[in-house]
Each structure stands twice: as structure tokens, then as C-alpha cells.
Design a protein. Structure first.
Lengths: 345, 354
């Protein structure tokens, strides 16, 4: 407490004589956006969030080192035989075992692969699935968020910039897309697309994009509506700049930042929804390294889950930690962006 | 307020049109043969019969003709019988349920309603109570605990939570089984002596004086209710808390305190009613959401409501059935949202008097 008071005093002092240093980041982003970034790194919760996310990024990049692929397609979880019942943790890996990675001997003290987290139904190795599932998670999260953001920004900007009847029509279309509950709508579209495209990541991703852009459209629309009235936009109009240029060069760069941050933090939610679809039996082919599918295996063993607890606890924990990482940062962001809290501590 | 309600009512046909277009659009991903399940129970195997069906129901016609036929159905010239026509409640035939989609909905919907009925109080009232406690003890222990809870709650996937709950309370302790009824209770319900008044199992069993069946039905709903509470509390806590904090900052609250009112009266008589206005909308939408069938929760607990029916049909790629459920869901949501909005207008003086 005392420390912050003291800091506040020095800030006041430097600001009074106008000597506050402005770092390169603040110069690049501008004061408003810089404040957002600053707020994200301030609370312990959001820092834990960043640590979690970083951890998952490392795992995703290092996947081939942690669990070396067995076949040509690293996303196919290797099977140790074809028995139905899950095998316990630390049971020896007899068939299709990966090469020993460099960390194995120092840590595990043996020369033989074991199923660290056991195997799931059909002898799919849970550990391998979790490690490579991290890549699947980032892949789907990034693609879906980028595409939904792009659609949302384009639709929202057009709606706000032209206003009037265009705005009205577009916003009603947004209402229609929002009528059905998100997960049900995505489930339906994925089910419709799967027979046409085949079982893969793509039907679920298309479904999540189709019903995921409306939030961004609404937010960017609101931000553009306020920026549209600024003097520099008026000035650009007066000297006869074309609509498209005003929108893309003058308005969007100034309006897009909050939407951008919000979207990047939506990766957690997208991965969660994707896992939910997989869990419901829509999505990748059986045996693809995907957390939702690992969890869906547990549906067939509900009566004996007390014995096979590892087939839900490890994938479930992984998914929860992943989502929590993004949520912790997102929570800090909500506080920073909430205008009612602005200026207060 | 009248103007507001009229504006809101005008939105309804638009939304109905939009949702039917959306669903009709998704139907277009199907081949004409697959789409014939909208009109006939058994899709014929021979080429010639197939062509006849496609011709008869106009499945090769331009889109607007198909859309119209999808809405009103096709009358058989000889018998005068109508087949198809969503406006008449005919959603086609379900391959998975081997019955018309509409009767599948009729069979499953009471279960979802039953669950909603029993979930409303724990989900909403407890959630609001938690939020008020967090706001009243702002930045205190309860508030911090609530904050941690709401972040963890938001991160814990429903199906993981559900599976863990099943692991503990079903496979380990054997207390609460999944499904809808135990076998013996099911036999009682199916027997001739059991009269169905409302098709809601809990209410029917009470009306029939079968406390044991009632208890069995309730026992099967406890875990789903626990899961639904858990996932919704986080939201209720957050919304109630911020709305309550906002209200407690108002000047009339300071006035009430300055007059020397007891703190309990300030909070429950002066602050709470105003803070509830935003929460009422959320509560309304939550109830509507529950009524629409909670896909994941019902699936995890094998609870035979419309959410699970939709998920099962989707997993087996029975698209006509899934779209039928979507249509039904859309109708419920549009009407219920309208009701919520109008109630909101009546409750909130700022809207009522404008």
C-alpha cells in the first residue's frame, strides 16, 4: 500500500514537470492501448494466466521432442494393441511404442516406454494424446478466432460506417444468428457438413466460425460508431478521401485494438467449444490427438470410472488449465476495458 | 412502453423468417434423396421410386418453391393427405428415432421441462444470493472466494465436471445413477395403474401418490441439477455482484444510510430491488436456455431430454432430425425471449415510463 502511494507521488512529480519517460511500446500503441497492455500484466491472476498459456505454447512447439511420433501422421495416437479396456497408468508399452526421447532416461530411469497416464479405450495412449492434442488445440483455436474475427470486423465495420438501413439489416441478421444457442447451432452445422466433407477438424471449425463472428461484429461496430464522429474523420471527408480509405486507413486502425485483444483471448473458449463438439461425437476421426475425443472415450466407461479415473482426470485437467489460462488473462482485460472502473486503482 | 412493445413484436416475424431461412439453408447441404426424409418415412431403394419421390415432393424445384413446400407441405392429389409442412408441425421422419420428428420431440420435451422446473430454484436463487453476498462483502473474503470460484467455474468444461461428478457419486458411491428412472420405477410408470396427467414425471408420480417413484425420478435429476447450478452460478455471481455494487454506489443508498436505517434494510429493501432489474433478464434467458434443452449436460448424464436427442441424432448424422430439433428450439427461444423482454419492460421503470 505504502509503496503504491510512494510510486504515485513520483509519478505525479514527473508528470508535473512533464518528464515522464515514454517507452517504445507506449509510443507504438498510443496511451489508451498501452494502458490496456499494462493492465494485463498487473494482477497476479493474469500473470498466472500468461504462465499457463506460455507453458502450453512450449508443449505445442516441443511435441515431437516430448512424445516422438510413431507413424507418418503424428496426430494419430499410437495404439498398444486393440483390447477395449483401458490399461492402468505406468503399464508397459509393448506395441507401437515411440522412440525414447532424450528426457526419458534421466527422469524415468528405465529403458522402456510406459503409458505414463495409462491408455484409454482401444489402447490409445493418453499421454501422447494430451501432448499432440495441444497442437490440435492451438491450430483450431487460432484458425477459428482469426476467421471469425475477420468476418466480424468486416461486417461490423460496414454496418457502423454506413449506418441507417444497412446497419439495421445487418444487425437483424446478427440477431438471427444469435437466436439458436451457440453449441446447438454449431453442432447442427457440423453434423450437416460432416457427410459432405468427411470426419476431420474442418466441419467443426467451419461451424464454430459460422456462429462465432457476431460478438466481434457488435463490438467493432460500437467502437467505430464513436470514432466515426471524431474530427480527423470529418477532416478526411472534407478533403474528399474515398469511403474505403477512410474506413480502412483512418477509422479501423483506431478502433480495432480492443476487439483484437478480446479475440485473442477467445482462443480458450473456442478450444472449449471444439472439445465439446468432439465430446458429443462430432469432429475428428477416431484416434486423432484431440482432447475432446479423449474425454468422449470416457462416456463408455461411466460405470467403472472409479477404476479408470485417469482416462478423464488427465485430459480433463489439461483442458481446464488451458481454458483457465485464457480466462485469467481475459478477466484482467475485462477490468481494464470496463469504463466504469477506468481511473480507479 | 407501448411503442417499445410494438417494436419488439414486429421483430418476431422477422426472426421467425430468419431462423427458418437459416435452417432451410442448412438443409440444402443434403442431397435431394436425403431430404426426402422430410416427407416420407422410408426412403425407397430403387432408382425409379426415388425419382418418383423427388418429383412428387418437388425436391428438384427452384429454392423458393422448395422453401414454400417445406413450410406448408405437399397435398396428395388422390387422398388429400398432407405430408411435410413445418407450419403444421410436421418436421419429417427421424431415422434414429424411427418415428416422426414431432412425436420424438413430444416424447422428450416433458423430461427437459421437468429438469428445468427443478433446476430453476438452485440455479437462479442460489446464484443471485452468492452475488449479493459477494457485493455486500466487497473485497472481503467472500468476494475473493467468489471471484476465484467464478473464474474456475468458467474454465471447468461442463462435460469434464459432469464426468467427475459421475465418477464420484455414481461409480464410486453408487448414490445417484444416470438416466431417467430405475427399472422398477419405469415398470410402475408403464403399468396401467399409473395415470399421466401432465407427462412431467415428478408431478405425475406425486398426483398418483407414488412417493417412491417421485424420489427415484428426483434422484436421477440431482447430478444434472448440480452440474447446471455449477456452470450457471459463475455467471449469476458476476452479474449480480456488479449490478449490486453499482446500486450500492448510488446516492439514495447513502441517503438511506444517513437516515440511520439498519444495514439489512438498506441492502435488502433499498438496494436489492433495483439491482435485480438486470439480473431478471439474465434469469429469464437462463430459464429459456434450460427449456431449450441443455445438450451437453443431458448427454453426459444420459438424461432423455430434447438436448440429448439432438446430440444423439447429430452424432449419427441424422440431419433431418437435428434440424427439426433446431427448429423447435428456435421457436421456443423466439417466443420466450419476447416474453422476457416484455416482462423486463414492465419491471424496469426507465423503460415503462419512457
Amino acid at each position: 500500500m505504502e509503496k503504491s502511494v510512494a510510486l504515485g507521488d513520483t509519478n505525479l512529480l514527473t508528470e508535473a514537470v512533464n518528464l515522464r519517460r515514454i517507452g517504445w511500446l507506449e509510443r507504438a500503441l498510443g496511451p489508451d492501448n498501452y494502458r490496456v497492455i499494462q493492465g494485463l500484466f498487473k494482477t497476479p491472476a493474469s500473470i498466472i494466466g500468461f504462465v499457463l498459456i506460455t507453458l502450453f505454447v512450449v508443449v505445442a512447439f516441443a511435441a515431437p521432442l516430448i512424445a516422438p511420433p510413431v507413424t507418418n501422421d503424428p496426430y494419430k495416437i499410437p495404439r498398444d494393441g486393440f483390447k477395449a479396456d483401458p490399461q492402468p497408468m505406468m503399464s508397459p508399452w509393448t506395441r507401437n511404442a515411440p522412440d525414447l526421447p532424450f528426457w526419458w532416461k534421466p527422469i524415468m530411469k528405465t529403458d522402456q516406454w510406459v503409458h505414463i497416464f495409462g491408455t484409454s479405450q482401444g489402447q490409445y495412449d493418453v499421454f501422447y494424446g494430451i501432448i499432440w492434442g495441444t497442437r490440435t488445440a492451438f491450430k483450431t483455436g487460432l484458425v477459428v478466432v482469426t476467421a471469425a474475427l475477420l468476418i466480424g470486423v468486416i461486417v461490423g465495420s460496414i454496418s457502423a460506417f454506413y449506418g441507417g438501413i444497412v446497419d439495421n439489416v445487418i444487425m437483424r441478421i446478427v440477431d438471427i444468428f444469435l437466436t439458436l444457442p451457440f453449441i446447438l447451432a454449431a453442432l447442427i452445422l457440423a453434423a450437416v457438413l460432416t457427410p459432405r466433407i468427411g470426419r476431420s477438424l474442418i466441419p467443426s471449425m467451419i461451424a464454430l466460425i459460422t456462429f462465432g463472428w457476431m460478438g466481434y461484429a457488435r463490438i467493432i461496430r460500437g467502437d467505430i460508431l464513436t470514432i466515426k464522429e471524431r474530427d480527423y474523420v470529418m477532416a478526411a471527408r472534407v478533403i474528399g478521401v474515398k469511403d474505403g480509405r477512410i474506413l480502412f486507413r483512418h477509422i479501423l486502425p483506431n478502433a480495432i485494438f480492443p476487439t483484437l485483444v478480446l479475440a485473442s483471448l477467445a482462443i480458450g473458449d473456442v478450444v472449449l467449444s471444439f472439445a465439446a463438439l468432439s465430446f458429443l461425437g462430432i469432429g475428428t476421426e477416431i484416434g486423432y490427438a484431440d482432447w475432446g475425443q479423449l474425454l468422449s472415450f470416457a462416456r463408455n466407461w461411466i460405470i467403472s470410472l472409479d477404476r479408470y479415473w485417469y482416462i478423464i482426470v488427465w485430459p480433463g485437467l489439461t483442458l481446464t488449465l488451458f481454458v483457465m489460462g485464457w480466462n485469467l488473462v481475459g478477466d484482467a482485460l475485462r477490468d481494464v476495458l470496463d469504463p466504469r472502473l477506468r481511473g480507479k486503482s | 412502453m407501448t411503442a417499445y412493445i410494438i417494436r419488439r413484436l414486429l421483430l418476431v416475424p422477422l426472426l421467425l423468417f430468419g431462423v427458418t431461412i437459416l435452417i432451410f439453408g442448412m438443409l440444402q447441404f443434403l442431397t435431394p434423396v436425403e431430404r426426402s426424409a422430410l416427407y416420407v418415412r422410408d426412403i425407397p431403394k430403387t432408382e425409379k421410386a426415388l425419382d418418383g419421390i423427388i418429383k412428387k415432393y418437388g425436391l428438384d424445384q427452384p429454392l423458393y418453391v422448395q422453401y414454400w413446400r417445406w413450410l406448408v407441405g405437399t397435398k396428395d392429389q388422390a387422398t388429400g393427405e398432407r405430408s411435410g409442412g413445418i407450419l403444421f408441425g410436421d418436421f419429417g421422419f427421424s431415422r434414429v428415432g424411427s418415428q416422426p420428428v414431432a412425436s420424438l420431440i413430444k416424447q422428450r420435451f416433458p423430461n427437459t421441462l421437468d429438469l428445468t422446473l427443478w433446476a430453476v430454484a438452485p440455479v437462479i436463487l442460489v446464484g443471485i444470493w452468492l452475488g449479493i453476498q459477494a457485493a455486500v462483502h466487497h473485497n472481503g473474503f467472500i468476494d475473493q472466494a467468489g471471484r476465484v470460484f467464478s473464474i474456475v467455474g468458467a474454465s471447468f468444461p461442463t462435460f469434464v465436471f459432469g464426468l467427475l461428478v459421475l465418477m464420484i457419486f455414481y461409480s464410486k458411491l453408487q448414490w445417484f445413477p444416470p438416466g431417467r428412472l430405475s427399472d422398477w420405477a419405469n415398470q410402475v410408470v408403464m403399468s396401467g395403474g399409473f395415470r399421466s396427467y401432465t407427462s412431467l414425471l415428478t408431478i405425475d408420480s406425486l398426483l398418483n401418490g407414488r412417493i417412491d417413484v417421485f424420489w427415484d425420478a428426483l434422484k436421477h435429476m440431482l447430478l444434472p441439477i448440480l452440474t447446471l447450478s455449477y456452470i450457471n452460478w459463475a455467471t449469476f455471481l458476476r452479474v449480480t455482484r456488479s449490478s449490486m455494487l453499482e446500486t450500492l454506489r448510488q446516492e439514495y443508498i447513502t441517503t438511506a444510510r444517513a437516515k440511520g436505517l439498519r444495514e439489512n434494510d438498506v441492502i435488502f429493501k433499498h438496494a436489492r430491488p433495483n439491482a435485480m432489474i438486470t439480473v431478471v433478464t439474465l434469469a429469464g434467458f437462463t430459464v429459456v436456455g434450460l427449456m431449450g434443452g441443455v445438450v451437453i449436460t443431458e448427454t453426459v448424464f444420459d438424461y432423455p431430454g430434447i438436448g440429448k436427442a439432438a446430440a444423439d441424432a447429430a452424432a449419427q448424422l441424422d440431419v433431418v432430425t437435428v434440424l427439426g430439433f433446431a427448429l423447435f428450439n428456435g421457436l421456443i427461444l423466439i417466443i420466450a425471449n419476447l416474453v422476457v423482454d416484455i416482462i423486463y419492460a414492465v419491471v424496469d421503470p426507465r423503460v415503462r415510463l419512457s
